[in-house]
Write a protein of this length. Structure first.
Length: 133
């Protein structure tokens, strides 16, 4: 009789513990998606504002958290393929244009005169994407 009782207890133990603890692992992707914009905006505010150090990894991390992508190690082409149909085409085109521009700053040593406008454009695009999803 004790074996049957223990087997039933083991079967229901995860549900009982999740009810007691109140922490559900199944809702983790939803929490990440919900807080993705807030985390990205905070990182953009605290990032270095030099033009040769524009960090597009913040954008890729936002996309990974928001859309539950497998990796944040993306490039503009793979991002376009993975997000096609998930967001508005106009927003997707602007996002890809921004990513290519930021990659040209990083890898092409391209100079810009106004890094603040680049940050504002990034914030604007991320907010529009967040509102549309």
């Amino acid at each position: 009789f004790l074996i049957y009782f223990l087997s039933i207890l083991i079967f229901f133990l995860p549900n009982i513990l999740s009810y007691i603890v109140g922490y559900n692992l199944d809702s983790m992707p939803a929490r990440l998606s919900k807080n993705a914009l807030k985390k990205a905006l905070n990182k953009l505010k605290t990032s270095d504002t030099r033009s040769d150090n524009f960090d597009n990894k913040i954008i890729y991390q936002y996309l990974k958290d928001k859309f539950q992508l497998h990796s944040s190690n993306l490039d503009a082409i793979s991002t376009k393929d993975q997000l096609r149909g998930r967001i508005n085409d106009q927003d997707l085109d602007e996002l890809i244009e921004l990513l290519k521009l930021s990659e040209s700053f990083i890898y092409g040593n391209k100079e810009t005169t106004d890094i603040n406008s680049l940050h504002q454009k990034t914030v604007s695009i991320l907010e529009r994407i967040d509102k549309s999803c």
